[in-house]
Design a protein around this ligand. Sequence first.
Ligand SMILES: [Cu+2]
Length: 628
Amino acid sequence: MQLSSWSTALAAGIAVVTSAHATSPVPLNTGEPPVRATTNDNRQSAGSLRDGVLTIHLVAQRAAWYPEAEDGPFKVVAAFGEAGHAPLVPGPLIRIPLGTTIDATITNSLADTLAVLGMRGRSDTLWLAPKATARVRYRPPAAGSFLYAAGERRGDKFRFAGVEGQLAGGLIIDEDGAPQDRIFVATGWAPVPIGNNPYFLAMNGKSWPYTEKFVHTVGDTVRWRVLNGEEGAASHHPMHLHGFYYRVDARGGWDADTLYAASQRRWVVTENLPGRSSMAITWVPSRPGNWLFHCHNADHVAGQHRHVIAGRSPPYPEMPFHDAQEHMKWDMSGLVNAITILPRAGESVVAQSATAPRKMRLLVQERPAYYGRRPGYGYVLQEGASEPAPDSILIPGPRLVLRRDQPVEITVVNRLTTHTAVHWHGIELESYYDGIAGWSGSGDNLAPMIAPRDSFVVRFTPPRAGTFIYHAHLTDKVQLSRGLYGALLVLAPDQPDAPEADQVMVVGFGRPNGKASILLNGSTAPAPLQRRRHGTQRLRVINISPEDNVIFTLSTDSAPILWKAVAKDGFDLPVAQQRVQPAQLRIFQGETYDFEFESSADVLHVRIKVPGAPPGGDDVSLQLRVRP
Ligand SMILES: [Cu+2]
């Protein structure tokens, strides 16, 4: 096979270097049952560090990987291991102080040619024929969180995903001192050839409910570096933390890493991790109880992938609803980590507010044949003493307006024919009310699923004014797609609730007339909204679509207007980040943004579009018209 034909299979711009030489000291895969891969928790650097040189010998080989229990189902995958040691998923961690030289020997024990990226000069590719061994010396020039990855030749293409998806590892260069952080590498698996799109994801080599569970104490400083080892533009993981904000200290990954200056750091509850990217984050739990850190792409955490891991074909068995904890094990998979925060010794657990709470009744309702043959679900706020008709629904749910520091008591009444649970996304509340049935709470006092005809009383006092979301957090893909989401606005005590100067745009997903589509404020053809011509106006943008990220624009008839980002996920942005810029935003699932703008135009156009969608594909517009 000619080298030139290898390179044509790859994206232009990657340096192609022939470094394969010598013969392998490691026997080829001869069809024997592969060795067992060990899960890599990324606590320990591989290799041996002496006199400023890290010496490491990596071997790419077939391995049996157990993404759930160690005696559970396995997949035969390609994985890296150190010579003489078990292969690891994800690949061995290379973690060195800045200034260290990596002296790496890499052996390809796979049946076909291997392309290794990131092991020298970041995006410089190394080619290894079967049985070949290469040696690389590389001194990383800067600190940061990087990745290396490899793909195997399959016909005329190199696969960096599929069964090769676990050939990725962290490459961490420390600036100073002993590292106090943990490292997580997300990887993906898909069969070869891909059929019916079965796949699953793993965090540090395990898929929920077998992912690592973290235990911290109130007041601990938690530092994580999270890396998306998956390839490509299609792999995005908007990572959401329940209950607390986290500070984004650095973003990078494949080509570079940017450590943010203090004024550039933002506090978020959701930050998107594209393929081959990294983030360094810091957070401090301030309330005890159980929480989650997970990808907000509902399909990346859908429980059905557990059956893919087990090798089952659809139709999959029914999910168990008899027990919330059992249900939670089957309702999610992949990129979900459980977190338990312990109270600090001697501190009481719950502070009760002295103020009487404002009481609300939120009905969860169902309308048959709303989306084609499928039902629509919707939240409806009860006004007055009598309940609304059971089949009346609103999509999205009503704009819930709460006041900062004012306690609220929301009775959620389930009038669906199935169980549900509500998550108050971004609200810093007590764990028990966070909405993860079978997990929220602490000890034995865990939140239940809300059964049909049952109700659940939620109590919290929002401490921060901003834009939040309330949404179903049970069988998310189904319940979000059917309409169980809405905007949750927390206003300062003296802040007027003025919809014409303070608009909310909710991006969702549904099936109007049975056809799957992104939705803007619940519709593919939303009615125009009125706005004031003068003065500064606020636009709150929410994406709670289960699987879609969108490009959101605000423009006159001819061009985008200018807006200023003022908050992200309900947290005011530092002044240095409140930049005036053209009104275009790529917003991922579970994110909210607040913008301010002024415009005297008669008509402004809000438009959402799925990136890369063909003309006439997913694209929804809404007009903001000046009040006559
Ligand atoms: Cu994801």
